[in-house]
Design a protein around this ligand. Structure first.
Ligand code: GDP
Length: 300
């Protein structure tokens, strides 16, 4: 088991009892521990550096009085800064989906294969139907894997939403436009478009999803990323963020045992709000993202 940050810092602050302020010299060793803790949680290095700089700026000169130890004073600063960078600063509505458009509100899902896109479509369909009382249509623009289309049909039925059937002979842009037409005619309030995911980033895939985006102009474009990805999450997030105007992120598989450092890395790279967290394989395993809880989890 990894020590949590408080335990780690307790080990290095024994020598500085009685000091009343956090200073450059008495925090240097503690900041090294903070850095190690973040790297062990798989946060990407540039994101770690930026956070440490923020913590330093906030912590230096801070009174220790009121905290039991300087370590606790610093942990408090780290927790607060981490939570605010991950999204606590964005306010309570940051994880709300935007419906301020002529119906249907279109949600485009992007991400690598295996990230959890199709599962998340099912989860969103259930959430939107049950919690937001929306009439939802789903469609798969994954013309490479017939099984993916079948999987979407299954989760859509489980969610009690409507499914627009497609075949692998159709073109992604045509699929998206036909589904939009159908949704308008049948008064669906939300259309969720699942897209193909490849195992790695490739140019053709990015052009294809960008073309779907240009054709239907979704109000939400959600990047779905596996929290277990660790450092690799950064490159993937950067590629999708460069190719598409993302409006938010869904971090999946947070029920696994990763510390979830990807949350900070992905925020750092995209600057987009993490709107939801996937917490199980089941369709009710979707939660509004909670930045403060995530910060505590990353720090252990
Ligand atoms: P896609 O290729 O991006 O559409 O990914 P899928 O939706 O097919 O998901 C890939 C695998 O991850 C499946 O086995 C899902 O059951 C699983 N999965 C998706 N989201 C979660 C999650 O939040 N928690 C867990 N434990 N598994 C998930």
């Amino acid at each position: 088991m990894l020590d949590n940050l408080t335990q780690r810092l307790a080990k290095v602050v024994k020598t500085m009892r009685g000091e009343a302020r956090l200073t450059e010299s008495n925090t240097a060793e503690m900041l090294r521990e903070v850095r190690m803790a973040l790297l062990e949680a798989d946060v990407a290095l540039p994101a770690v550096r930026e956070l440490i700089a923020r913590v330093k700026e906030k912590a230096l000169g801070e009174d220790v009085i009121g905290s039991l130890t300087p370590g606790q004073a610093l942990v408090g600063v780290v927790q607060k800064e981490l939570a605010s960078v991950i999204g606590a600063d964005l306010g309570e509505n940051a994880s709300e989906l935007n419906f301020a458009t002529q119906p249907p509100a279109i949600i485009l899902m992007a991400g690598l294969q295996g990230a959890g896109k199709t599962t998340t479509v099912g989860k969103l369909a259930l959430y939107l139907r049950e919690k937001k009382k929306k009439k939802v249509l789903t469609v798969s623009a994954d013309v490479y894997r017939p099984a993916a289309i079948g999987q979407l049909e299954t989760v859509t039925a489980q969610a009690g939403a409507d499914f627009f059937p497609t075949t692998i002979n159709d073109k992604p842009v045509d699929i998206a436009l036909a589904a939009l037409d159908w949704a308008k005619k049948h008064h669906h309030e939300v259309l969720i478009i699942d897209t193909a995911g490849r195992l790695g980033i490739d140019e053709a895939m990015m052009q294809e999803i960008a073309a779907v985006h240009a054709a239907v102009k979704p109000i939400e474009t959600l990047f779905v990323v596996d929290a277990m990805l660790g450092q690799d999450a950064v490159n993937t997030a950067k590629a999708f963020n460069d190719a598409l105007p993302l409006t938010g992120v869904v971090l999946t598989k947070l029920d696994g045992d990763s510390r979830g450092g990807a949350a900070l890395s992905v925020r750092h790279v995209t600057g987009k709000p993490i709107k939801f967290a996937g917490v199980s394989e089941k369709l009710d395993g979707l939660e509004a993202f909670d930045a403060t809880r995530m910060a505590n989890r990353i720090l252990g």
